[in-house]
Every structure is written in C-alpha cells, then in structure tokens.
Design a protein around this ligand. Structure first.
Ligand SMILES: [Zn+2]
Length: 163
C-alpha cells in the first residue's frame, strides 16, 4: 500500500512539474518572440560560445585580446548577430582601453540603456535590430563627439571597403 501511495505521489509530482515546465517554456518563448524574435537555441547554433556569452548574456571579452582592438583598416563593422552595419572605420580611434573604440555609430543602429550592474552607472549599447549586447558608451572620448563607444570585438564582423 505504501508503495502504491509512493508511485501515485511520484506520478502527480512528475505530472505537475511537467505542466509547470510547459507553462514557463511557452512563457519564455512568448517573451523572446516579443523582445528579440529569436530563441536562445537559434543564437547558440549561430554564434560561437564566446559570442553568445557577450551578445546574448551581456558578457565582456578580456581587454587587449579582441580581434579588432588594434585593427585600423578602412571598412565597416557589422553586428555579429544580425549583420547590421553599426560603425564605420573613420569613427574608430585608439583609446588604449583594450577594446575597439569608436567616437560615433551609424545613425539609428544602436539603442542605449542604463546599466547599473557591477556597482557602476554605465550606458549599455545594444544592436537595434537583434537586441545583441555590444558594450558601453562613455562621455570621455577625445574627439569632437566627446563619446567613446567601447565595443567587444566578438560582437563585431568587419568588411573591408571594396575600392
Ligand atoms: Zn544585431
């Protein structure tokens, strides 16, 4: 009898957790459809683990390690997530901060959000098209714009200008 009760309980418990999972699963896919139109599974299959960590989980690459940190060819930098053009090489400058730095972005391509993580108040920069996290923008730029877009190399792809 005790055994039967145990199996009955197990049955209800597993059934219960299954339906809970179904509910939260469909809720998160609704949220994803609203905010980024793509699932985490999609991004995991499209991006490298490091690009996923940065673009989709708001990570940061180690300073002075990125492919485009000391990269000054003429061309256009695109979003690694959705290929949207974000920055042109003319706006790139050497900031010595360890990440690719730009003094402006291509108009309308980037969204700004207040970021209070890590005990700091910063402005997060996000790709307007795919909601990918790119980095932060600061008000200490040395050029006339006064801005320093500090971007993770891993969040970018580069196209050389075709002459
Ligand atoms: Zn994007």
């Amino acid at each position: 009898m005790k055994k039967l009760l145990f199996f009955l309980m197990l049955f209800f418990l597993t059934n219960f957790s299954f339906s809970q999972e179904k509910i939260s699963g469909s809720m998160s896919s609704i949220n994803q459809n609203l905010s980024m139109k793509k699932t985490n599974e999609y991004w995991k299959s499209k991006l490298s683990p490091e690009a996923f960590r940065i673009l989709r989980e708001k990570g940061t690459e180690y300073p002075h390690t990125g492919e485009y940190n000391l990269h000054f060819e003429k061309g256009t930098y695109r979003c690694k997530g959705c290929d949207e053009e974000l920055f042109i090489s003319d706006s790139k400058f050497e900031s010595n901060c360890g990440w690719p730095s730009f003094d402006s972005s291509i108009e309308g391509k980037i969204r700004y959000e207040k970021d209070t993580s890590l005990g700091m108040i910063r402005t997060e920069i996000i790709c307007n098209s795919c909601d990918g996290h790119l980095g932060h923008v600061f008000n200490d730029g040395p050029t006339s714009t006064g801005l320093r877009y500090c971007v993770n190399s891993v969040a970018l792809d580069f196209d050389s200008n075709v002459e």
